[in-house]
Design a protein around this ligand. Structure first.
Ligand SMILES: NC(=O)C1=CN([C@@H]2O[C@H](COP(=O)(O)OP(=O)(O)OC[C@H]3O[C@@H](n4cnc5c(N)ncnc54)[C@H](O)[C@@H]3O)[C@@H](O)[C@H]2O)C=CC1
Ligand SMILES: O=C(O)[C@@H](O)C(=O)[C@H](O)[C@@H](O)CO
Length: 290
């Protein structure tokens, strides 16, 4: 049974994942070479902060990697784990895009490695996408999925390893179109966000794309997709609006400015958490009433 969990990376996702598991009775250690005394007032006092890699991973039943989305950093870490972790320990990556096959190539521990893709904020969004290799034992997948369910998550185990899994491929397609509309002056960020928040997102909280298509009528969807697909953005480059902002250090909430300005990182994140909590409560009542 997984009880001791080490999270590698004390950033946006690492701390959310640590908060989730610590809040469900797991013993959680967070390792980060840049670890500072954490000033986030919403962190459980039971979290152990570590800057000694070997000590942080040696007793863990599960190691969740949440370091920057750079293959070299991730693989350097995985390469070190082999000789340091328990024979029964499981290693999971929170990568947003990389295929498990590429993350684990030539690693002795690859058959006990998974992707567990959490969504920000990790301690609130129920979905966790799980990707395993054909050689990964089903007992490891079941053990991680059961842990996530015990923590109130909704794990989805993919049938195949593919870059970006399900949700990020869908989200990246939407973001490509959103940036196209922004960069071509069709609408500004606030208008596009409103269209999703007051329209698509509201419906998607209760019905996924195929449920929505059935509701609308597949005959209509055949026409809409046939008419619109030739019109949609099809760039294969990162959007210019995001590249330019990143180049100016405008990284979003974590830097105080992105598409919008933020005066209090923790208050911004906490406001989202409390809104999500209210919606999740409503959704669970909704399902109970049927
Ligand atoms: N930000 C998001 O919304 C989401 C991000 N992800 C993925 O999660 C991973 C982490 O993303 P974020 O938390 O946003 O990044 P972040 O930049 O907020 O945090 C990364 C952390 O890793 C630490 N770090 C750097 N090198 C390290 C090393 N060698 N060992 C341990 N820690 C190290 C950094 O000090 C930093 O605290 C990435 O793979 C990202 O694609 C997945 C879902 C959502
Ligand atoms: O949105 C999320 O939380 C996840 O789908 C991600 O993996 C992405 O990294 C992306 O949203 C980055 O913010």
């Amino acid at each position: 049974m997984i009880t001791a969990i080490t999270v590698l990376g004390a950033g946006t996702m690492g701390l959310g994942i640590a908060r989730l598991f610590a809040g469900h009775g797991c013993r959680v250690t967070v390792y980060d070479p840049n670890i500072q005394p954490l000033s986030d007032p919403f962190l459980p006092p039971s979290l152990v902060l570590a800057n000694d890699f070997e000590k942080a991973v040696s007793e863990a039943d599960l190691i969740v990697e949440a370091v920057p989305e750079q293959m070299d950093i991730k693989r350097e870490i995985f390469g070190r784990l082999d000789k340091l972790i328990k024979p029964s320990a499981i290693v999971a990556s929170n990568t947003s895009t990389f295929q498990l096959h590429d993350l684990t190539a030539d690693l002795a521990i690859r058959d006990r490695m998974l992707i567990t893709h959490f969504f920000n904020p990790a301690d609130y969004i129920p979905l966790v996408e799980i990707v395993a290799l054909p050689s990964t034992s089903s007992s490891i997948v079941c053990e991680v999925a059961s842990l996530l369910q015990r923590c109130g998550k909704s794990p989805v185990v993919l049938n195949k390893d593919i870059p970006g899994f399900i949700a990020n491929r869908l989200q990246a397609a939407l973001m490509r179109e959103a940036c196209y509309l922004l960069e071509n002056g069709v609408a500004d960020a606030a208008q596009i966000d409103t269209a999703v928040r007051e329209g698509l997102g509201l419906r998607w909280a209760f019905k996924g794309p195929f449920e929505v298509a059935d509701l609308g009528g597949l005959d209509i969807w055949a026409k809409v997709t046939g008419h619109l697909f030739p019109e949609l953005a099809n760039s294969i480059e990162a959007p210019q609006s995001i590249v330019e902002k990143t180049g100016r250090g405008e990284l979003g909430v974590k830097s105080g400015r992105g598409f919008y300005e933020y005066d209090d990182v923790y208050r911004t994140a906490d406001r989202l958490r409390s809104s999500l909590q209210r919606l999740l409560t409503l959704k669970s009542n909704f399902h109970q009433e049927g």
